[in-house]
Ligand binder design. Sequence first.
Ligand code: ADP
Length: 570
Amino acid sequence: MHLIFRYVRPYLKRMSLGLVIKFTGTIMDLFLPYILAHIIDEIVPLQDLRLVLKWGVVMLVCSILAILGNVIANRMAAWVARETTRRLRHDLFRKISYLSNRQIDGFTVPSLISRMTTDTYNIHRMVGMMQRIGIRAPILVIGGVIVTITLEPVLALVLTCMLPIILAIVFFVSRRSIPLFDHLQKSVDTMVRVVRENASGVRVIKALSRSEGEKVRFERVNRQVMADENKANMVMAASKPAMNLTLNLGLVLVILVGAWRVNAGLCGPGAITAFLTYFTIILNAMMSITRVLTMWSKALASAERIESVMAAEDQLTPQPIPATHEQAHIVFENVNFSYNNKENNLEEINFTLNRGESLGIIGPTGAGKSTLAGLLMRFYDIRSGSIRVEGKDVRAYDLKELRAKFGVVFQNDILFKKSIGENIRIGRQLDMTRLEQAAKDAQAAFFIEETGGMEASLEARGVNLSGGQKQRLLIARALAGRPDILILDDSSSALDYQTDARLRQTIHKDYGDTTTLIIAQRVSSVKNCDKILVLEEGRMSGFGTHDQLMQSCDLYREISRLQMGEGVQA
Ligand code: ADP
């Protein structure tokens, strides 16, 4: 609620103007039956056609004002709703991009996506609806009741008898339907998640012939959504006939009582005609209020979901940790880290790298290799110990300043639906020669030329490229900024041995000042690194040069033997 108000506040003036216009239009609507009653009961008996025509023109003017007022006010309302949502989405997107990885893990990505889309849309609808129906309906109900009382107090009594029944229906329906809609929203979230998993994992699902299983899984959530939707709409649907029944019963009563009063000469037939119209207007307005209430509660639930993201505190702000005066470029000192703050995913990691040195990190899957590289960029904060870059703790850096030092290629990095050049540049101030050089260094120049040059367009996620081509483009992107620190996380796995070797030579030769971390599965990829770190279940099981490790580290020797054959120093 607070959130919605905050975003609507800048438009309060415009909304008030819209409200005045809406108010005028609605009042004009209310006048119409009243004038009709006046014509039938008082003007027609005078048998003066000119007077009838005059009042007819008044009615016409009122209708035009009513329509114009409503259209203008609705357009203004739509504008406010659009602007509110645009700003809300903008801020939410910004906030999400600053969330720490730990917070993203907490919210989960599919949930953040549905907060960005469905939830902001609910707020959009609510802000629009409140200004259109939320204002019009109460005016119609209150104004209608006032006019009917002045018009025919006795018939107004009939209306008064019907009101409690209607209120009871509104109350019952909203109480039942609101939780049902909440539940429906959750089922839709699950469905979105399943579709997402399915779409991103489509290859592995096909490869493992899991398509049937996935269909069953999707069918299950799909049915759940259908069942929930059914339930919610059943309740909503029940409200319509109940309302209509009440409305029509009321109309019958009005006609009965009205007929009796007209016969007794207590009121004119025109008043009865007007009364019937008011009766319908009022009850329809009450039904609209039910809809507004449902939307309102949905939007409030959405606002809460958005607010919880917005309220997430900034976890990665710089901390006052004193710097050391060490020479080393990168230092890991007694680093312990855990994703869930229970068992450690990395334990007692210690190593030092000088500027320009290369570190190979090798070890089984799940050993913590990517985690270690991520910690260096402060994706997560460590439990204890210290990670320093140029003598300064990574937690003491302004995050932008820290991350500007890096060029990285992670597993599953993505390419955008843009030109090749733009994909390498990604918004940085880099001239074309720099991009071309980076492409050449990443061994990508040849195939870029073949694909149509830097201007050639890529499909979303680079689906029109081979795995090796994608990797080379991503490496070009990382090299283009001439980073202080280069991290290549399993990014040469799809390259053939020769290209991989050439790439490493180029980095060694032309990026001498760049400290490089190469995470790899292949011993050949790390063999020539200045230092190699062998990780096993989050612990260092060896650290040194290839030759040293061949002597001292069983795991390293074992991996080497499996990959290159015993004794072969490829
Ligand atoms: P590697 O790169 O060596 O294959 P990772 O660094 O990716 O290994 O993972 C190390 C361990 O941390 C694994 O057990 C993995 O399940 C766990 N892990 C990785 N990312 C997360 C995460 N975001 N949340 C919780 N656990 C994670």
